[in-house]
Design a binder for this molecule. Structure first.
Ligand SMILES: [Zn+2]
Length: 534
């Protein structure tokens, strides 16, 4: 049994979550956590709302509100949406208010770096809008990325994932009105990344990154690392512990956010030992889930920050995703080109949504969310094929069906599915795409086997669907009379298939409702209006 900390990237509290967010690190980290627990691992799963992002300030400026009121509105809303999607974190912390756990965690990492000489103080030239009194960081400036030539904000390039070197960024303009920013000298603190190259080359040499991240890591190692700014002249965020005039960069606080979320959770359980069990042991495996555009902090800064603690968990993987598009359009919170997860889950069965998002998750390449494709898959595979298989059960069960042994051919197919599930579940090769695909294959198999075999196939479905469809698989297992642990030892250790339960089928037949065409039209017309307006 392994001990794991699983994190998912902190969502920014400048809007609610849309389906593009869910299909990225959020659903994946939840499915991974449930999967590893199914295999007996001890998994601690955390995230937090990134309330001190500059995008919160930008939203506040646009709506003529205080940043605090924006974060206070969206932080809890995001937590509700995650819960509604059955993304079941141990704890979702809110950084707003800078409570003790978070400040203490920031101090822990900051002083660990400072005291071991990992910080540099440099006088640098940065963009500034005199008219709007805004520093040209992150959300407030856009310009041409010096690394890839794409248009980017001044934080992390969506084109190449590099934090743009501000001094080499061209055509830097203020986001408020598009005017050119002026340049002014400030003193900033930087993490000396190059001095910690060995920490990174050791990690990149052993971690099983997905192809895009592998390529990014190789490119990073191929050039000198630039110092990474950890402070900002700014006024929204936690202050540098020994320099109250400066604000810590929100991405610096990322690993501290995870650390503090665990501490807050342990305190809520009245058991400080829970925190140390996970964080004060290098045997603990730390696995991050992030979008590829946020990868830099997680593959460069955080491993170095952790390496400066006296004892810390070992980063074993950073699982990245590419982007999901919506009928060929980029999801855009600010322009309203999105399907909001909260509204979608009001109309759509959560387990149907989770399955489709897992099937179309952009794990290694960009994928598209298409409402018609969604309706077709859910209606054909779930509302029809799987429901029909389940409806065939009571009739078959009235005879001596329960005693029917699994045929050799079906047994072979199930062993093959088991192996595919194991491959899709390992920390190094995890793929919710692959898990979802094998569930669909299992449904297809149900239509083609002898009726006497269906109870076993549906029983196996209830086991393999636990990570992606926790609600539905639980209802199915109860209907089939299966104990909680039914199938677990077959899944983990192999061997013969367990006998299907012999109990009569009782209670409400679990089913997934078909998706109505009116629901699809409603969501479609909403985002299409936003596309036309953009
Ligand atoms: Zn770029």
């Amino acid at each position: 049994m392994a001990r794991l900390i699983v994190t998912c990237a902190p969502p920014t509290s400048n809007g609610d979550l849309h389906l593009g967010h869910l299909a990225g690190p959020y659903l994946a980290s939840d499915v991974f956590t449930r999967t590893r627990r199914l295999f007996g691992d001890d998994v601690h799963y955390i995230s937090y709302s990134d309330d001190y992002q500059s995008y919160v300030v930008r939203k506040a400026l646009a709506q003529q509100r205080e940043p605090e009121s924006v974060a206070r509105e969206y932080g809890p809303l995001m937590g509700e949406t995650l819960a509604k999607a059955h993304i079941k974190l141990d704890h979702f912390m809110h950084t707003l208010g800078l409570r003790d756990h978070y400040l203490e965690a920031l101090r822990t990492f900051y002083f660990a770096l400072r005291d071991r000489g990992a910080l540099l103080r440099q006088r640098v030239t940065v963009p500034f809008s005199r008219e709007h009194q805004l520093w040209g960081y992150e959300a407030f400036a856009r310009g041409t990325c010096p690394s890839c030539g794409e248009q980017t904000d001044a934080s992390q390039c969506e084109g190449c994932a590099m934090p743009p070197d501000l001094t080499r960024m061209r055509d830097v303009r203020c986001v408020i009105d598009g005017t050119a920013m002026e340049w002014t000298k400030v003193e900033q603190l930087f993490l000396n990344v190059e001095a910690n190259r060995e920490v990174l080359s050791e990690l990149y040499g052993r971690a099983p990154f997905r192809p895009a991240l592998r390529q990014f890591a190789s490119a990073l190692l191929g050039a000198p690392f630039l110092p990474w700014a950890i402070s900002r002249p700014h006024d929204w965020g936690p202050r540098v512990p020994d320099d109250p005039a400066a604000i810590l960069h929100t991405w610096f606080g990322g690993i501290a956010g995870y650390y503090a979320a665990s501490r807050e959770w342990a305190n809520s359980q009245n058991d400080e030992g829970l925190f140390t069990k996970y964080w004060s042991d290098k045997e603990t495996q730390l696995i991050h889930f992030v979008g590829i555009d946020c990868a830099y902090s997680h593959i460069v800064a955080y491993p170095i920050l952790l390496a400066h603690l006296p004892v810390a968990p070992t980063v074993t993987n950073i699982v990245t995703n590419q982007f999901l598009s919506l009928h060929g359009n980029d999801f855009s919170t600010s322009r309203g080109i999105a399907i909001w997860a909260n509204e979608f889950l009001d109309e759509i069965d959560v387990d149907a949504a989770r399955l489709y998002l897992a099937l179309r998750a952009p794990e290694t390449t960009e994928q598209d969310f298409d409402l018609d494709d969604f309706r077709k898959i859910i209606n054909e595979k779930f509302a029809t094929a799987l429901n029909q298989a389940i409806e065939r059960l009571p009739h078959a069960g009235t005879g001596n069906f329960d005693a029917a042994p699994v045929s050799t051919s079906v047994g072979d197919v199930l062993q093959n599915l088991r192996q595919r599930f194991i491959d899709a579940s390992a920390p190094a090769t995890f793929s919710m795409n692959a898990q979802a695909t094998l569930l669909v294959d299992l449904i297809d198999l149900m239509a083609s086997v002898d009726p006497a075999q269906i109870r076993m196939l549906v029983s196996i479905y209830s086991v393999l669907a636990r990570p992606i469809q926790p609600g539905f698989s639980g209802r199915l297992a109860r209907y089939l009379g299966l104990a909680d642990e039914w199938g677990s030892s077959w899944l983990v250790d192999g061997g013969d298939l367990p006998p299907a339960a012999r109990s009569p089928l009782e209670g409400q037949v679990p089913s997934i409702q078909p998706v109505a065409s009116e629901v699809i039209s409603k969501f479609r017309s909403r985002f299409e209006a936003a596309v036309r307006a953009a």
